[in-house]
Each structure stands twice: as structure tokens, then as C-alpha cells.
Design a protein around this ligand. Sequence first.
Ligand code: NAD
Length: 319
Amino acid sequence: IQKPGRTILASTISKIYDDEIRSKVETLKSTIPQGPLLVGFLANNDPAAEMYARWTQKTSESLGIRYELRKFDDKDLLEENIIEANNDDTVDGIMIYFPVFGNAQDQYLQQIVNKEKDVEGLNHVYYQNLYHNVRYLDEKKTLKSILPCTPLAIVKILEYLKIYNPLLPDGNQMYGKKCVVINRSEIVGRPLAALLANDGAIVYSVDVNNIQKFTRGESLKLIKHQVEDLGDYSDLLLKDVCKDADVIITGVPLENYKFPTEYIRDGAICINFSSFKNFAEDVKTKASLYVPMTGKVTIAMLLRNMLRLVDNRQKVKHI
Ligand code: NAD
């Protein structure tokens, strides 16, 4: 296959956060000499989750962070054990490997995690801040809000790929960029579309039912994004919104799903965050930059979130 562009691996991008994380852990040595503790809760048999947990452990330990995986065969034990970890001062961060129940009970479980320990940034306070484009937790703007780690990872990837333009004012650095996001889950796709639109992009958000447009309006007049329905999902509509897209991001959780390569404009950036490869091999004939997986950047972001939470907790103690 002829390759006009390049494939960029998540490990290349995650590496640049290693030093930042390691030196932050070092500065925490005076208060947490043994290193901060991240606890993962696993109550499913998903091999992808187990692998993700193992990667998280490996990365954490290589950066001076302690990691403990707590596994449960009985899903019903999870709630009380999370509450126990919430109340345990030696636990600095908590994450749950979803799906647990695979229904709305998972959203309940997610909100059980103390927001001061929620390294994945899934607490409703963080979502609300994201959707409302609020970037701090306090009025004095000393405590930075936490962002959900997978959408944040995609933002950091786009920064690395130089899609975010640092010459533009903060908060408008995606001005003029068109993005398509194939996934509108509450965990990744919808917050991601909102984040990119809040930063100035035009975002086409695609799910099985319909296609929506997220923008800050004409000339970025609005302070937060608005959403417009463009119509029911159809291949034709998808093809149309992809016509001049600068970035195509996929997150379809199906093994046999492949994004139609012919919808990608020459030189577009293609990023896949699904655990399945959503782009066909010939994506490389069209994409300028192609990121086949993003998991390692997500892990870097959750460790970064954890250190921010530790930081915020210490700041609150001193106020
Ligand atoms: P989900 O099932 O909640 O959501 C899937 C979304 O894709 C829905 O919006 C659905 O409508 C849409 N979709 C499905 N088929 C489609 C199609 N043919 N065309 C258009 N849209 C379609 O899943 P999720 O929790 O968002 O996870 C999605 C994938 O991302 C999974 O593979 C998961 O493992 C992976 N994931 C990766 C990371 C990471 O860090 N890389 C983090 C979280 C999830």
C-alpha cells in the first residue's frame, strides 16, 4: 500500500507525559513517601479490561505510583468496597472497569466514587463543568476541574498532532477545524464532541440513530457549544459531513465495523479509540496522520488526573 502520511503510535505520545508525572510524584514524596495509591475495581471477565488494568499497573509502577487491582466475582460487593476505599485515607485514586452490570446501574456505581478520588473524571460535577465550559472547581480559579480521561486523551493527541493551534487564543485553538466523531456514548463520544466544540471546532457527532452538529455558533459567539440535529443516520449524510473533515475519530465497539475509507478526504487525520480497529488497512492511503489506538494516552491522562486530585486535596487542606 502506498503511504503518503504517517502512523503515530499512542506510546509515542504518552511518553511525553512520563517525565511530568514522575517529577510530580517526586514532589509529593514529602507528604506521600511511598507514592500515591491508585485502586482499580474489576468485576467482569472482559479480557480487554484485564489487559487495560495490567497496562495501568505497569505504567503506574514505572512512574512511582502504587497500583492495586481489587477483583470481585460477585458484582454486588463492589458498591460497599468502593465506599470503603472512598473513606480510606491511604487510597488516592479510584477507578472502575466498566461494564460491570452493563446497564444503568453502571452509571449509579460510577457516581459512588468520591469525586476527590475519581481519576477517570466521570463524576457528574466534572461532566457538568465540561458541558458548560467551566474549567475550575472554585471561584478563585485555584482548583482545576478534572476531565474524563478518554476524551482528554483525544484532545492531547490532537495537540500532539498540531491540530490544536497554539497561536490562537486559549479556548479557541480548534477554530476553523472540522471533526467527525463516530460514537456518542456518555463516557466518550458526547463529552468529546462538546470539548472539541467548546475549543472552537465544528463537530459532527455520529451515532447509530442520527448525526448532530456541535458548535459555538457563527464566529464562536457563544461561550459554550450548542447542538443541532442534522437528521437520521444514513451513509449519504455521513459521507457528506466527512467531505471536508480535517479529523475523523472512531469509537465503534464492533469487531467487523470498518469506516469507509472512500469517505476520508485526502490528508485527513484519523484516530481510532475503539478497542477494535475501526479503520481498514487502506486508511493509510488517505490519512495524513493515523493513530490506530489511544489506550496508552488514556492511562497517562488518568495518572495525570490522579496527581491533580492529590494536588487539589492538598490545596483545600491549606485554604
Ligand atoms: P458504547 O457502546 O457506549 O457506545 C458506542 C457508540 O457507537 C454509540 O454512540 C453508538 O450509537 C455508536 N455506534 C455503534 N455502531 C455504530 C455505527 N455502525 N455507526 C455509527 N455509530 C455507531 O461504547 P463506549 O463505552 O463509548 O466504548 C466504545 C469503544 O471505545 C469500545 O471499544 C471501548 O472499549 C473503547 N474505549 C476506549 C477507551 C480508550 O481509552 N481507548 C476508553 C473507553 C472506551
